[in-house]
Design a protein around this ligand. Structure first.
Ligand code: ATP
Ligand code: MG
Length: 568
């Protein structure tokens, strides 16, 4: 057997061959010569373990790689590139552990002969398809296909890679729409980034975290007033279909303009058109500049819908660890749970309640645990999460809703009845809470919202009783009257978030004495007028609230005066 293989572009002369043999210090019988025109020029010398590539082709490839940086165009291409290099250095394919695909269905593959596979490891199937190990069984390995859904067939070879899923991350992704593995899908060309991050990584430890203490204003009056959100918090948005869940989350993103907060929106299992509407809205409002959209639509496989939120979180985490404040929206985790259920059933895992596998709680907790406010030592960045859950018939005690409610720090409950009645955003004040955001609420808002939640909750309760035209006493009438007006106060169209000072001014105006003089039904109009007047005639009031974070007595008086003028 020959020890060295020398490949050249053209056949070498006898003299040249002798020179090489002497340089290698080998016997003539130990060296074999091959010709490969594809090399263009130069030589490749291999001794089985090592390769010396001095060919023109090799140099060109290396130069091209340097010029383009890491490639992040196709899903997992960066991993494929490094694997190809590694495998080409291995003497022969049989040095790398190989198995065989036994069966494929709906993105789930079973592979034999990979006894050393680890859960979460990537398997290379054929030349360029990747699967992620989910199940380890006695005879075979169950894995989900991330790429090559159409091409992988039973009988294909499969190799362990020793790698886990990593995705491109970094500021280069801002403004882009990417697929579930970070590949660009917006036609905007390649994403130039050298940074990659594991899709799944451990959540920050307790000691690495700081208290949630800074507000993250959503620009949605009801939310900022009644269920305030702090940076690093996880607040669930829950409600039936078509109740304005996505709109609340989008308003929160739009409202981050100019605040330095970066955003990630991940769409899971939605229609393509819905996602493109979201992107369009973000573009129109200028919010796309600081936002990454990760999209795994209903037409993507369940496996890709399953990984999308993890990769989106990796992208958000990278920014958080760089000291930035980040807001991530998961739209929505109900469809994520359904995708996971599909995969689990195909993997033949035992089904539990509502046919979900037993660990469905864990897939969401390990996702949402990654949100945090980091300590100063770690740069003080934060990741605030707004997961969305869709309910059926407002049933928040179903399996997935209760799971996610127990993982998050509060919920914004949107109700279809309110939505239909024109109370939009349709927040059910009684059932919505924020468990940690109260401390983070700006002082100026805290000054004006005292009693607001209680008044509204009492109003909704009483309104139910009086629906049947029961006679009511004067006290109840007063509660009803005030409640109806406060409800009008909180009505807001989507796509038009309020600044903090506007919220303060409007809520202050609407909770004062003058309110009783406005007839029911005319409150919204009157308040719009008040706000317009303040903006045009007293902009300094808004400026002061914004900079000092408080509502001074002097400014209160000025607001009262405007209110008087408008009402008279
Ligand atoms: P789905 O369950 O389909 O995801 P969703 O709960 O996310 O729906 P949205 O898509 O946000 O709801 O909104 C549903 C519809 O209600 C949209 O047409 C939207 O324009 C409208 N809408 C949402 N919020 C408001 C609002 N504050 N004022 C008026 N219309 C609104
Ligand atoms: Mg939606």
């Amino acid at each position: 057997m020959t020890k060295f293989v020398v490949t050249s572009a053209k056949a070498l002369s006898e003299q040249k061959r002798r020179e090489i043999i002497t340089k290698l210090g080998a016997a003539a019988s130990d060296v074999s010569f091959l010709v490969d025109e594809a090399l263009i020029g130069g030589l490749i010398i291999s001794d089985g373990d090592k390769i010396l590539d001095a060919s023109v082709k090799g140099k060109l490839t290396a130069a091209a790689k340097k010029a383009t940086g890491a490639i992040a165009n196709k899903p997992l291409e960066h991993i494929l590139t490094s694997l190809r290099e590694e495998f080409s250095h291995a003497q022969s394919a049989d040095k790398v552990k190989a198995g065989v695909v036994r069966s494929v269905s709906d993105g789930v593959v079973f592979i034999e002969g990979l006894a050393e596979a680890k859960v979460g490891e990537l398997i290379l199937i054929g030349e360029e398809s990747f699967a992620l190990v989910m199940n380890l069984e006695r005879e075979e390995v169950g894995a989900i296909l991330l790429t090559g859904l159409q091409t992988v067939r039973a009988g294909d070879s499969a190799r362990l890679t020793g790698r886990i899923v990593t995705v491109p991350v970094g500021e280069a992704l801002l403004g882009r729409v990417v697929g579930p593995l970070g590949d660009p899908i917006d036609g905007g060309g390649r994403i130039e980034t050298q940074n990659f991050r594991r899709a799944e990584s451990p959540a920050p430890k307790i000691l690495d975290r700081a208290k949630v203490s800074e507000p993250l204003c959503t620009g949605v009056k009801t939310v900022d007033a009644i269920v305030p959100i702090g940076k690093g918090q996880r607040e669930l948005i829950i409600g039936d279909r078509q109740t304005g869940k996505t709109s609340v989350a989008l308003d929160a993103i739009i409202n981050q303009k100019g605040t330095g907060v970066l955003c990630v929106y991940v769409a899971i299992g939605q229609k393509n058109t819905t996602v493109s509407d979201v992107v369009k809205k973000l573009r129109e409002t200028g919010a796309m500049e600081y936002t990454i959209v990760v999209s795994a639509t209903a037409s993507d496989s369940a496996t890709l819908q399953y990984v999308a939120p993890y990769t989106a979180t990796a992208m958000a985490e990278e920014l958080m660890y760089a000291g930035k404040d980040v807001l991530i929206v998961y739209d929505d985790l109900s469809k994520h749970a359904v995708a996971y259920r599909t995969i689990s059933l195909l993997l033949k895992r035992p089904a539990g309640r509502e046919a979900y596998p037993g660990d469905v709680f864990y897939i969401h907790s390990r996702l949402l645990e990654r949100s945090a406010k980091l300590s100063e030592k770690l740069g003080g960045g934060s990741l605030t999460a707004l997961p969305i859950i869709e309910t059926l018939g407002s049933d928040i005690s179903a399996y997935i809703p209760t799971n996610v409610i127990s993982i998050t720090d509060g919920q914004i409950f949107l109700e279809s009845e309110l939505f239909r009645a024109g109370v939009r955003p349709a927040v059910n004040v009684g059932l919505s809470v924020s468990r940690v955001g109260g401390n983070a609420q700006p002082k100026a808002i805290r000054q004006v919202v005292k009693g607001l939640k209680l008044d509204l909750a009492r109003y909704r309760e009483m309104a139910v009783f009086t629906e049947f035209g029961a006679d009511v006493d004067e006290d109840t009438k007063a509660v009803l009257d005030r409640g109806a007006k406060l409800t009008e106060l909180l009505i807001q169209t989507q796509g038009a978030p309020y600044s903090m000072s506007e919220e303060v001014a409007e809520i202050y105006a609407a909770t004062g004495e003058t309110l009783s003089r406005i007839p029911k039904g005319g409150v919204r109009k009157a308040l719009d007028k008040v706000l317009d007047r303040i903006k045009s005639e007293r902009p300094e009031v808004l400026m002061e609230i914004e900079t000092s974070g408080e509502l001074s007595d002097e400014n209160k008086a000025k607001l009262d005066a405007v209110m008087q003028e408008v009402i008279l």
